[in-house]
Design a protein around this ligand. Sequence first.
Ligand code: GMT
Length: 400
Amino acid sequence: MGTAGRIRRAKAEAVPKLSIGITCYPSIGGSGIVASQLGSELARLGHKVHFISYEPPFRLDRKQRNVTFHRVELNEYRLFKYPDYTLPLAVKMVEVAARHDLDILHVHYAVPHATAALLATQIARKQIRRAPHVITTLHGTDITLLARDRSLGPIIKYSIESSCAVTAVSRSLKKETIQVLKTRKPIEVIYNFYRPKPPRQARTEVRRALRVRESDFLLIHLSNLRPVKRLPDVLRVVAELKNLEVGDHGKVKLLILAGDSFAPFRPLVKRLGIEDRVIVKENVLDIENYLHAADAGLYTSEKESFGMGVLETMSFGKPVVATRVGGVAEIVQNKRTGFLARLGDVKAMAAAVRRLAADPELAARMGAAARIRAEQEFSSQKSVEQYLDLYRRTIRDCRD
Ligand code: GMT
């Protein structure tokens, strides 16, 4: 750490420590990953962080100092046709707030987390005469999908407007939230961030284990494979390039780090005749080893409020070919850190990959620019400072 870093850290350590509750979806998905990273960084700075969810978040290091996980216990009474999560979550939030004197309850994803948090603060105010301030971070589908649903829209709007503060992970999501909910609630944009871990395996070793040769051009795609990611487009780009020879008899190959079962896509892989080009790893934790071993990223989503996979790929100095949608266009700079294409334009994306595969210098230059952009604009330090500043302003100003 340099002198400036040490001074910043000393300053951060000198300010009073907070007790912060965090609720997120723990399964594989960008919002849970962001919430875990944020909690981990806050704990590193000496704040007490309490995760409240139905299971420990996927990438959370539970052994870390200042981090505690509180499980929401679920009961399934036959009396109820549908099991409910919101109420036991609210009860657990009250319990944690009382026992650990929470200053802030930071919920990721509006429903049901923000709604449960509001209920919890009302109970806490009555029971313990003190309640944490609720901050809601919007991640995407809570607005782009659920807020448009008539059975959820009103409660999402109410929960957001009743939170002390609201953040969105990109400008595009903020704009869409204002449009969809017709709200005047101030929304602060705090970008997602990523702190890459150093790879523990050499690039050559990882490629050898994957049966990828040095001369092959290895594309990487990280996602939960939901329909919004348009996996068929990813596969079609690879199919477009199946006869391409790169370098010394190299081929374009694709590594998918999948957060869900890839089985439903196997028939398409077969139909496209790219079985020998596609490698799939499910539920991988050591993403750094694979990102380091890849040559470029490929992301074809139809909607993306941010795109954590895109940022993770850029952080490892890899250019990204992606669709020009939502927050992705705020991360990737077209023709500088990668290439942006129209949604569904498989041919344009294949042409971009072809250019990168044929020109290692271009790929290296764009990759280096991508890494610098990730480090400068989407660093953990920048976003965590913004969140801490928001927490302090909220504690000072919010009269909820
Ligand atoms: O769509 C997903 O991959 C899951 C979803 C989530 O709840 O984790 O992702 C959303 O939040 C991420 C973290 O902020 C963003 O990086 C994703 O772009 C966003 N997904 C969509 O907007 C579709």
